[in-house]
Write a protein of this length. Structure first.
Length: 132
């Protein structure tokens, strides 16, 4: 397995688990069956941090599409290398930081982490551009 695919797999698993904290908060606020029910306008809202976690999770899912596409194209093109592996590792760690600081409500760090993830994707994209 290439480093790119390793980091893609970890990123997908991590993104898939980002829902856990805010669902636990929803259970705490609304009770187990309240959290399992359909949303209702009279529902008690999640904590502020949990609402940010929901948005951070959605952002992670949206950006996973781009990251996964880049990594899978490098695999299909047979150009996986140290640079693409580094880009994938940077993306993983940047997205973990992004989710954490977004959930905690740290705005400047959130933006810096987002751009670090973009830098990781850019490293991969540059390798793809080289073969076009």
């Amino acid at each position: 397995m290439t480093k790119d695919l390793f980091w893609l797999g970890l990123t997908a698993m991590m993104t898939g688990l980002f829902f856990v904290p805010y669902v636990l908060n929803r259970i705490n606020v609304r009770g187990f069956f309240g959290a399992m029910g359909n949303p209702h306008k009279n529902d008690l809202p999640e904590a502020d941090w949990a609402q940010r976690a929901i948005r951070a999770h959605a952002n992670a899912v949206e950006n996973l599409v781009i990251f996964a596409s880049l990594v899978l194209i490098t695999q299909l093109a047979g150009i996986s290398n140290e640079t693409t592996g580094l880009g994938a590792a940077i993306y993983f760690w940047a997205r973990l930081v992004h989710y954490t600081v977004y959930t905690l409500g740290i705005p400047v760090m959130r933006t810096l982490a987002f751009f670090a993830g973009l830098a990781g994707e850019t490293l991969i994209a540059i390798e793809l551009i080289k073969i076009m």
